[in-house]
Design a protein around this ligand. Sequence first.
Ligand code: ADP
Ligand code: ASP
Ligand code: MG
Length: 409
Amino acid sequence: MALYVYKFGGTSVGSVERIKAVAERVKKVHDQGHQLVVVVSAMSGETNRLIGLAKDIQQSPSSRELDVLVSTGEQVTMSLLSMALHDLGCPACSYTGSQVKILTDSSFTKARIRKIDDARMRKDLDSGRVVVVAGFQGVDEDNNITTLGRGGSDTTAVALAAALKADECHIYTDVDGVYTTDPRVVPNARRLDKITFEEMLEMASLGSKVLQIRSVEFAGKYNVALRVLSSFQDGPGTLITYEEDQMEQALISGIAFNRDEAKLTITGVPDLPGVAFKILGPIADANIEIDMIIQNIAGDLTTDFTFTVNRNDYPKAKEILDSICSELNAKAVTGDDKIVKVSIVGVGMRSHAGIASTMFKTLAQENINIRMISTSEIKISVVVDEKYLELAVRALHEAFDLEHKPQQR
Ligand code: ADP
Ligand code: ASP
Ligand code: MG
């Protein structure tokens, strides 16, 4: 007998038929004598619909109230799934995050899980019931409902798997695993049998929304056996693992991209100590996260300073820079919110030279201008104009021959 945590995303529970199909799948595993905790997302489109309602009332609603609102999406699905299981004669009981007691901090809309009480779930499991839990939500110390950020049901599932020491955590979605890149952009992208935690973490943080980044962090930290699979068809899916030596040994494992980027430049900044702090301090004070930063070498005792932020934060960041420009004796502030970031990821990069030059050559051949570059041990990211996103991803996918399985070395 094994203990599994299964998570079903929005499309997998997007209609009554889909919920019934999920119940069938769960019952089959339950009938084999296994214990199951099932985490569900809101029905597809529901979270966006709820956020839309809030925005119709108020431009910037209170984040506490927003969490009360959006957490209802998952509550609908959990009860419907539990009913569908009852209908099949499978004992089940559903719980919200606060009923389980998934304790989080109080950062509404992006709360972090602190502790999980497994007593209630254990009791149900021991008495043969399937436990259904609403994903994406928790409760803070003052009993306020919190949510874990978009895509947060993945994190609920992995955190429950860690707390319950489950044998495996399965993330069921609308693709049958993790691909070399988003198959919606590159139709001949290839499913990976395995990917390392390290690579998956990079892919997730660089924009691959197939898993929420915190779920990968959690799984890595607590060594949760994590697999991404399709809820629409059977198959092995993709295992996220530590076993680097048994990997495909590709130089590049995948390509990630992020459309939510914007860049800002402040030109002609006097090249003096403390300037970077004077620019980025007010940005940090406004709670705006910065991603890439470039400061050019000063030519004429002044320098240009460029950084990227999330596109949602662009207007606010621009306003801040405009307000400090004259105080800094800088020349001008420019910006562009029609840019994207494309990244290649792979642990194979560590031991191989020439990957960056292949990447840059490929983009040059397509006449794509690189606006910014940043590298780390296992990734290279470039910022390019938004209109080149698909072209860049497809060209790189082909240049690194990701469509074909690499030879085992
Ligand atoms: P769910 O609602 O089940 O949580 P998501 O929409 O959050 O599903 O994640 C699945 C989607 O992630 C896929 O439909 C796919 O378009 C996208 N995606 C992005 N990058 C990848 C990748 N490398 N491999 C697989 N899917 C990816
Ligand atoms: N329903 C939430 C969202 O759309 C959480 C999730 O699906 O993981 O972001
Ligand atoms: Mg998701």
